[in-house]
Design a protein around this ligand. Structure first.
Ligand SMILES: C[S@@+](CC[C@H](N)C(=O)[O-])C[C@H]1O[C@@H](n2cnc3c(N)ncnc32)[C@H](O)[C@@H]1O
Length: 179
């Protein structure tokens, strides 16, 4: 999600607990030129041209699924889009256990996988994790200033059939582009 710093924004948390209401938000969803991929070489340029100003960017759950090259390309796009006045607010899942441990955390047992979880596994990209160590590599101090960061609570869609969301340990960061 992208917004101009001059307009109301949901990008700056006052609490380290993140509970996003827009669970389907894509990183670049509200820019009309935002295109299929924020990792494309010209994505930042196109988004800037579309908005015509520095922008705030809300990223949720994207970096953890990208490979190392995709993460670097994504960060380059963000750097262009936020410019001088914009900020990035990212919230990512940061489950550090095994893939099996992750499934158990979300409700799977040796005998049973809840149907919503099974559908999520089938439909969604393979999850990774993104936390402080990854942020340091992808958003180096030579290019980014960290305004705030820390642990976050990432809510999922209900996955056990109870109607209640699951909670995944996460990581949030608010960052400005170093000029
Ligand atoms: C695990 S889903 C998270 C969905 C949602 N943002 C959330 O937090 O529940 C990963 C998201 O990353 C987006 N995504 C993956 N690669 C992308 C790229 N290159 N550019 C922009 N968005 C990308 C996908 O469209 C998908 O919405």
């Amino acid at each position: 999600m992208i917004s101009s710093p001059a307009s109301p924004s949901r990008t700056c948390p006052t609490s380290p607990v993140v509970s996003c209401e827009s669970r389907s938000a894509n990183a670049v969803c509200s820019s009309s030129s935002a295109t299929a991929s924020a990792t494309a070489a010209d994505a930042g340029e196109k988004i800037r041209a579309d908005i015509g100003a520095d922008a705030n960017v809300f990223v949720r759950g994207v970096l953890h699924i990208l490979d190392p090259a995709g993460r670097v390309a994504f960060a380059r796009t963000l750097h262009q889009v936020v410019g001088v006045r914009g900020r990035v607010f990212l919230a990512e899942t940061n489950f550090r256990g095994s893939a099996l441990g992750y499934l158990e955390h979300l409700g799977a047992t040796a005998r049973h996988i809840p149907a919503p979880l099974e559908r999520a596994i089938a439909d969604l990209p393979r999850p990774g994790h993104f936390g402080g160590p990854e942020r340091v590599n992808v958003f180096p101090a030579s290019e980014w200033v960290v305004v705030a960061d820390g642990p976050a609570d990432i809510e999922t869609i209900p996955l056990r059939g109870t109607g209640e969301p699951e909670h995944i340990p996460g990581y949030y960061a608010v960052m400005a582009a170093r000029q």
